[in-house]
Design a protein around this ligand. Structure first.
Ligand SMILES: Cc1cc2nc3c(=O)[nH]c(=O)nc-3n(C[C@H](O)[C@H](O)[C@H](O)COP(=O)(O)OP(=O)(O)OC[C@H]3O[C@@H](n4cnc5c(N)ncnc54)[C@H](O)[C@@H]3O)c2cc1C
Length: 464
């Protein structure tokens, strides 16, 4: 239970992973904790972004497996040999499941916070100086404040979502009928994930990218595999195509590009990035400096420029991941409440793009190696040579590892393949614990297994 009469008072604004995970740590360390949240515990991560999209993708994964089942000798009868025709997706049911699962998870978090003695106030919080938070008529005094207000989808005046056919990623779960021609604008992680998922559900998809490739921020070899697989499965990829506007006329949505071309479809998803929820929070008045784009400036222990005010998660723009938000929040609480604290190290973060195939990365990247930011040796091993991959009909993907030339210490890796999000973990441990490629190669892997390729890649980095 948190909070004796003398305990520190911590007020957290925002109930997403940045907020609720830090509330748990603060309560564990004996603080008196209040979480102020507008939309429901779990934040965007649970209610509109991470959890709903990955639940939708779980259905897409089943469809991807079905599409490849014929190769493994599975016949679908009565539909003239076309497996896709034998199976269909009920989008209304899928979305119902998505929303139920998100609501359940939010309720789980609420129960957990209540159990740990954390007070939750529903409402919009605003700083009144560095030691006070105002929620409606209520004023909360605080020894420390954590700002974890997240971010919202970026929209443009020329591309206004209508919630029916022009949609932000938060609105897609209201769809009850399958789009016939879906246009996804934006080829970052969110755009790529939705394009891949809806394609697998059997929808015709065009992905509009302003850059020369999808996932411009990710490993180029990984992007290449994803583009090749997506094209093979029928996705239309438009690169170097900058959206000028999105308009709707009845059932038809038109995306006009800056070079004058236009594409028509039945629906459009806007995946144009996020803007931080930092306006009108009283931040600057409390002495909190904001960076370009309105993100809160924080150091590696989540301190802002105002004493006693910390910030975590998407509102800081450090790395927009639920896992990073949670870690920034925990670090803030460990720091404020005097527990052992290691500053945030982005070179140890593992992340995943939930496309088909998945793309998981950890540590230093190929771009950084090529730019000379770190010296590293690299090895890239296609999954197609892996015995388990052959058995499962997996043809695409690879394992890539980076290690330091002298010591052989593993500093990064990329895995492209089914369940890459799970496969990356041994590489993550190696990076976190500064293991050498030899040590990574030494541990037994199951035969046959995809993880065998991780060990094999590590063996190839052995130097005599
Ligand atoms: C489509 C999509 C998929 C994603 N998938 C993944 C994934 O698979 N893995 C991953 O790690 N990350 C994923 N992310 C990123 C992840 O969702 C975010 O990094 C994460 O939500 C950040 O957490 P947060 O606590 O900073 O903010 P949020 O989760 O946005 O929570 C902030 C909360 O604060 C509330 N709030 C805002 N202002 C106030 C106020 N003034 N007073 C009170 N409450 C307020 C908001 O209503 C919200 O509930 C995804 C993002 C998107 C868009």
């Amino acid at each position: 239970m948190s909070g004796g009469p003398e305990s520190n008072k911590v007020v957290i604004i925002g109930g997403g992973p940045g907020g609720y995970e830090s509330a748990l740590v603060a309560a564990q360390l004996g603080a008196q904790v209040t979480v102020v949240d507008t939309d429901g515990l779990g934040g965007s991560a649970v209610l509109t972004d991470c959890v709903p999209s990955k639940t939708l993708i779980a259905t897409a994964e089943v469809m991807t497996d079905v599409a490849g089942a014929a190769e493994l000798g599975v016949n679908f009868h009565d539909h003239e040999g076309d497996p896709a025709a034998a199976i269909s997706v009920d989008l209304a049911r899928v979305n119902e499941r998505v929303m139920q699962l998100a609501a359940d998870q939010s309720a789980d978090i609420a129960r957990r916070l209540a159990k740990e003695g954390v007070e939750v106030i529903q409402g919009r919080g605003r700083l009144d100086g560095p030691n006070r938070v105002v929620v409606g008529a209520q004023t909360l005094e605080a020894d420390a404040i954590l700002v974890a207000t997240g971010a919202a989808p970026r929209v443009l005046p020329t591309a206004q979502p209508d919630g029916e056919r022009i949609l932000t990623w938060e609105q897609v779960y209201d769809l009850t009928e399958m789009p016939t021609e879906l246009i996804v604008v934006g080829s970052g992680v969110t755009g790529a994930e939705f394009a891949s998922a809806y394609l697998a559900l059997g929808i015709s998809v065009t992905l509009v990218s302003s850059r020369d490739r999808v996932l411009p921020g990710e490993d180029a070899d990984a992007s290449h595999v994803l583009e090749e697989v997506s094209r093979r499965r029928g996705m239309k990829l438009l690169s170097e195509s900058r959206m000028e506007s999105v308009t709707r006329d009845g059932d038809v949505v038109t995306v006009t590009l800056t070079d004058g071309r236009s594409i028509q479809g039945s629906h459009c998803i806007l995946a144009l990035g996020s803007v931080p929820n930092t306006t009108d929070l009283g931040l600057e008045e409390a002495g909190v400096i904001l960076k370009d784009g309105g993100f809160v400036n924080v150091d590696r222990v989540s301190r802002t420029s105002a004493r006693g005010v910390y910030a975590a998660g998407d509102c800081t723009g450090v790395l927009m991941l639920a896992s990073v938000a949670a870690m920034q929040g925990r670090i803030a609480m460990w720091h404020f409440l005097g527990d052992t604290v290691h500053p945030l190290d982005l070179k140890k973060v593992s992340s995943n793009v939930f496309t088909a195939p998945e793309i998981a990365t950890v540590g230093w990247s190929q771009q950084a190696v090529d730019a000379g930011e770190i010296q590293a040796e690299a090895v890239m091993l296609p999954l197609s040579g892996n015995a388990r991959a052959k058995m499962q009909g997996v043809h695409d993907g690879f394992v890539k590892l980076f290690c330091r030339p002298g010591t052989g210490i593993v500093v990064g890796g990329v895995i492209v393949g089914p369940r890459a999000s799970e496969l990356i973990h041994p590489v993550s441990i190696a990076v976190a614990e500064s293991l050498t490629a030899d040590q990574l190669a030494q541990a037994f892997t199951v035969y046959p297994s995809m993880s065998g390729s991780v060990a094999e890649a590590a063996r190839r980095l052995h130097r005599v």
